[in-house]
Design a protein around this ligand. Structure first.
Ligand code: ZN
Length: 258
């Protein structure tokens, strides 16, 4: 009992040390307006994203259609330029797959499937999807899913054995690929979805796109969810009906200058 307590105490000291060695106890997040504890620094996050990208390329093919890829990257660049988070570069990838899906991995890599891209008619709608994903990046929702998993893994290993602190730190970047992949395709929470929509609308507006693009995309997903195949994007981004109501209110608020 006493032994367990001392290890839990050690974990507290460890987290405190990680926070100290990262420069400060909390970081102000301009997108959310909150101060947050960020354990995984940006360079570590980018490395994690590169690892996941390599793994994704073994499972998926990127589209070779220069027009479509160019359009996606052009719209993505315009939307991400106005993001509150600029400590990494954003990259946009079009995956050749006939499914309605879009997702984000740590480090600013954002993916859209051709099935969704082809379903969207206007640049405003494509921008709507990308702005929502950029919102997840800016608010650090994506890295926080991973950070939570890292923390659990660290707590477990520290309590169960006595690895040195250096080794524990190295573990941050070496979660198994299966764990990483499961996290990529795991759902965001309700609050994160609403926040990504709110930020997405803000970025659409700042980038000069029609904010209705966001609403049109959600309507497409709502219609498709009634069909034979549930859109994959709703697995990672649930609560579509409630989001439509919240997005309408947010657009009204924006128009009334509130
Ligand atoms: Zn989302």
């Amino acid at each position: 009992m006493k032994r367990n307590f001392s290890r839990i105490f050690f974990f507290g000291v460890f987290i405190f040390t990680v926070i100290l060695t990262n420069g400060c106890a909390t970081t102000y997040n301009a997108a959310t307006g909150r101060r947050e504890i960020i354990i995984i620094p940006t360079n570590e996050e980018v490395t994690m994203g590169e690892d996941i990208h390599r793994k994704l390329l073994t499972e998926f093919h990127l589209s070779q259609d220069k027009n479509k890829v160019g359009r996606l990257k052009r719209i993505g660049a315009r939307v991400s330029q106005v993001s509150d988070r600029q400590d990494f570069e954003y990259h946009f990838f079009l995956v050749e797959k006939d499914e309605l899906n879009a997702f984000t991995v740590p480090g600013g890599n954002i993916y859209m499937f051709t099935g969704l891209f082809d379903k969207l008619k206007t640049d405003d709608e494509i921008a709507g999807v990308l702005a929502h994903e950029v919102g997840h990046c800016a608010a650090r929702h994506t890295i926080k899913k991973f950070q939570a998993a890292v923390s659990y893994s660290l707590i477990g290993s520290i309590i169960l054995n006595t690895l040195q602190m250096e080794e524990q730190l190295q573990r941050i970047a070496t979660l198994s690929t299966d764990v990483l992949m499961n996290l990529v395709f795991s759902a965001y929470g309700r609050r994160d979805e609403f926040e990504a929509d709110r930020l997405g609308i803000k970025y659409l507006d700042l980038a000069g796109y029609n904010v209705n693009g966001m609403l049109e995309v959600l309507d497409v997903l709502k219609q498709e969810s009634k069909g034979p195949r549930m859109p994959l994007i709703l697995q990672t981004h649930p609560y579509v009906e409630d989001r439509i109501e919240a997005v309408k209110k947010e657009i009204e608020r924006l128009r009334s200058g509130g």
